[in-house]
Design a protein around this ligand. Structure first.
Ligand SMILES: O=C(O)CCC(=O)N[C@@H](CCC(=O)O)C(=O)O
Ligand SMILES: [Zn+2]
Length: 347
C-alpha cells in the first residue's frame, strides 16, 4: 500500500470520517505524524532546535484548489526525499467535506470562525452536549485552533513562527496574487516577509486596520506569528489550475522548507504595491446589493462619491478617488463582510 504521504490529499478525503492517527519516519532525517484529518506535522530529526515553525494551510475554503494541490505536491516531494526539511512544519487541509462537494463551505464560512478570544477545544469539545450543537465548520475551527495552539505554544522563544494561509479568490483580480496582512495592533510590519512574498509573485499587500476572525489573524494575534492570507489567483476546480502560474510560489515555499535562511530580493527591488483597507462593508440586510457588475475584478478603482453597495437604510460610497474593491460578495450571511475597499499607501 502507498504511504498516506504519497497523496495526503486523497488519503485525507477518503479517510476523514474514520481517521486513525498515524506516524512514521522518512529516511533517518524526518518524522511525521497526523493525529487528526488534514493536519500533518513534519519534524526534522536533529539535535539542534530548528529555527522556524511554519504552518502552510490550504483549503480553508473547499473550492480553492490551487493551494491544496501545491501543498499536496510539497508533501509528496518531502516523502519522496526530493525536498529536505530544515524546520518544523504543519500542513493544514482545512475543509475536507467542502472539498468533496467542491464548495466554499458546507454550513458556514470556516474563515470567520477563528476568533482568538473565543473558547478553545478543551473548553468546548469536552462537553459532549456541545458537540451536537456545533455545525461542521464550528467543530473544524475548534480542531484547527487546537492544532495551531499546540504547534505554536510549544515553540522555543528563539523560533520564528510563520503561517501562510493559502487561498484563491472568487473573482479575477487586476493584481492577480495578493496577501492580506492581518491587523498587528501596533506591532511593526516585517519587510522581510513582504520581500519573501514578493519573490513568491505576491506583489500586492493589503494592510488590515481592524481585528478579524480569520485563520491568519488568529496566528498573528494569539502567537505573534508572521501570518498572512495569501491569494494566489482565481478559484478553479481540481485539475484545472495552470500550475505554471505557481512556479515562483512553489519554489519559494520549497526554499523556506529546506533552507535555514532563504535568499530574498532587496526590498527596493521588490515591485510591491501596498494598500490599506479603508472600508470593511458588512451585509446587514437581506436586500444588500453591489452597484457594479458581477464580473468586476478585484482592485477595480472607483471615483470618490460613487455608490459601491446599498441596502435598506444605507448607501456605501467610495470615500477617495481611486478607492478599489476587494472580495465583493453580496451572497454572504447577514453580519458578514460583503466588501473591502482599499486605497494605495506607503508602508
Ligand atoms: O474572493 C473572495 O471573495 C474571497 C477569497 C477569500 O477566501 N478571501 C479570504 C480573505 C481573508 C482575509 O481577509 O484575511 C476570506 O474571505 O476569508
Ligand atoms: Zn478563501
Amino acid at each position: 500500500m502507498n504511504s498516506p504521504l504519497s497523496d495526503y490529499l486523497s488519503y485525507s478525503l477518503q479517510h476523514y470520517t474514520q481517521w486513525k492517527a498515524f506516524s512514521g519516519t522518512i529516511g533517518s532525517a524526518i518524522a511525521f505524524k497526523s493525529e487528526v484529518p488534514g493536519v500533518l506535522l513534519i519534524t526534522p530529526i536533529a539535535e539542534q532546535t530548528p529555527c522556524k515553525r511554519i504552518i502552510l494551510s490550504c483549503g480553508i475554503h473547499g473550492n480553492e484548489t490551487a493551494p491544496i494541490e501545491i501543498c499536496n505536491a510539497l508533501i509528496r516531494d518531502i516523502y519522496e526525499e526530493k525536498l529536505s526539511c530544515q524546520h518544523e512544519l504543519m500542513f493544514v487541509f482545512g475543509n475536507l467535506p467542502a472539498m468533496q462537494i467542491a464548495k466554499r463551505f458546507v454550513d458556514e464560512n470556516l474563515n470567520r470562525l477563528f476568533d482568538p478570544e473565543a473558547s478553545t477545544l478543551s473548553g468546548l469539545l469536552e462537553e459532549e452536549a456541545n458537540q451536537d450543537m456545533l455545525n461542521l465548520e464550528e467543530h473544524r475551527a475548534l480542531v484547527l485552533k487546537h492544532a495551531v495552539d499546540n504547534f505554536f505554544s510549544n515553540a522555543s522563544s528563539e523560533q520564528q513562527l510563520i503561517h501562510y494561509d493559502l487561498h484563491t479568490a472568487i473573482r479575477p483580480s487586476k493584481n492577480e496574487k495578493f496577501a492580506v496582512y492581518p491587523y498587528l495592533h501596533g506591532r511593526p510590519y516585517c519587510k522581510e516577509q513582504l520581500q519573501f512574498l514578493s519573490d513568491c509573485g505576491v506583489n500586492t499587500i493589503l494592510l488590515s486596520q481592524t481585528p478579524a476572525t480569520t485563520f491568519s489573524y488568529y496566528s498573528s494575534r494569539k502567537f505573534g506569528a508572521h501570518a498572512f492570507t495569501v491569494e494566489l489567483g482565481k478559484v478553479k476546480p481540481f485539475g484545472e489550475n495552470d500550475m505554471a502560474s505557481f512556479t515562483a510560489v512553489t519554489h519559494m515555499l520549497a526554499q523556506l522548507i529546506k533552507k535555514e535562511a532563504v535568499r530574498i530580493s532587496k526590498y527596493e527591488d521588490c515591485p510591491l504595491e501596498i494598500f490599506t483597507v479603508n472600508q470593511v462593508i458588512n451585509k446587514t440586510k437581506d436586500d444588500f446589493s453591489l452597484h457594479f457588475s458581477d464580473d468586476a475584478a478585484n482592485f477595480t478603482a472607483f471615483k470618490k462619491g460613487e455608490v459601491l453597495a446599498s441596502e435598506s437604510g444605507a448607501e456605501y460610497c467610495a470615500e477617495y478617488d481611486g478607492e478599489a474593491i476587494v472580495f465583493p460578495n453580496a451572497q454572504v450571511a447577514l453580519g458578514q463582510r460583503a466588501l473591502l475597499t482599499v486605497i494605495p499607501c506607503e508602508l
